[in-house]
Design a protein around this ligand. Sequence first.
Ligand code: DGL
Length: 276
Amino acid sequence: MKKTLQDFSHLKPDQPIGIFDSGVGGLTVAKEIKRLLPNENLIYFGDTKHLPYGDKSREAIIGYCTKITRFLLEKNCKAIVIACNSATANALKEVMEETAGKVPVIDVINPVAEKVAYEIHNNVGVIATKATVNSGLYRKTIRKHNKFIKVDELATPLLVPAIEEGFKNHPITHSIIYNYLSNNKLKNIETLILGCTHYPLLINEIRQYYGNRVRVIDSPGIVANQLRMILDRNQLLNGKNPQPSYQFYLSDLTKNFEKISKKFFGNSIDLKLEVL
Ligand code: DGL
């Protein structure tokens, strides 16, 4: 199929980048974007009221995501980053339809699946929410590009609530990780994709479990690179900006979000309540 190049010449480099997730997970992507693109103004939406997306129906996820996309477009964003795998797996098409091709949409599954398909040639495991695993999108996308890779996906639904409760370096989280990663489905993997943007918050614990046996993929870095490439290609990278603005909107204010966002973005950030 012939791909037509989209025209984004109506957009300006100093417009903000919109990023969204159900909660703190997308902050792992936002943090990488801030590191790689320090001149960009960012607007983050965390849908904490509807968390976790991973247990919701496709229809519900589509409803949340299209509303958030509309909100970010009203805030004049020049690009939308779906910093959530469950949202990507269930609502990517609808988010793109909502933007009507006016801004680039960057998701968290396609760039990671493509990189794995082209650069890594071994057995791949994916851990993710039920909503992502049920879609089979990682397996389909990886195997579309490289049909020799074996992909095993495992739903690991207890990790998001544990992370949202702030159970990092906690015996509860260690035991959940141990139970999931020792599952037979993941027995022969050589590479593991963290198919949920919350999981990089536990990357040390996950790497500890495997030692050097399994390569754990850093998805937020891959996604931030993809965003940079798309902005660059469309001359939309922001120039010198000594005081980038970081705005955070949440559909429910939670202590854990406040803690992690301040750790990543500094104490002076302001969290606004916005119920869509
Ligand atoms: N961080 C999200 C993901 O990447 C959503 C987790 C959830 O809300 O269940 O799937």
